[in-house]
Design a protein around this ligand. Structure first.
Ligand code: THU
Length: 138
């Protein structure tokens, strides 16, 4: 299902990501990003980027969505799929920090990148090979 970028299963995630993107606070970059995450309990969490006059304080859409999911009870292993949407021609993969944040919860997470006319599907493990696992903390 989530190995096919054209599957209708993506539609609720795409809708949530576009809806969240409408609320992006991006007055500095003018680059609005939306994200959505589907959990194994069937919940969809949206996120948008939240910028700040102090540029390094900016939050990406993906980590905003992740924070909402964790606050609602997401545990490692509990993510089924992710979507990232922008309306520029070049599809936008998650930044390095967001890849690391997401991989904590699902190594093989299907990540669909989309704009108004195109889609591309990745697996998180391919976007972030050899991630830091923190195994020595456990
Ligand atoms: N941004 C995201 O929200 N997600 C990404 O995957 C890449 C970048 C945001 C951060 C910042 O607000 C703007 O895009 C420009 O970098």
């Amino acid at each position: 299902m989530f190995d096919d970028p054209q599957s209708p299963a993506w539609e609720p995630l795409l809708a949530a990501a576009w809806a969240a993107r409408d609320h992006a606070h991006a007055p500095y970059s003018k680059f609005q990003v939306g994200a959505a995450l589907l959990t194994t309990s069937g919940s969809v969490f949206g996120g948008c980027n939240v910028e700040n006059a102090a540029y390094p304080v900016c939050l990406c859409a993906e980590r905003g969505a992740l924070s909402a999911a964790v606050a609602a009870g997401l545990q490692p292993g509990g993510l089924l799929a992710a979507v990232v949407v922008t309306d520029v021609a070049e599809l936008t993969p998650p930044c390095g920090a967001c890849r690391q944040a997401l991989i904590e919860f699902a190594e093989k997470l299907p990540v669909l990148l989309a704009n108004r006319s195109a889609r591309r599907l990745h697996r998180l493990e391919n976007l972030l090979p050899h991630s830091f696992t923190g195994g020595h903390f456990r």
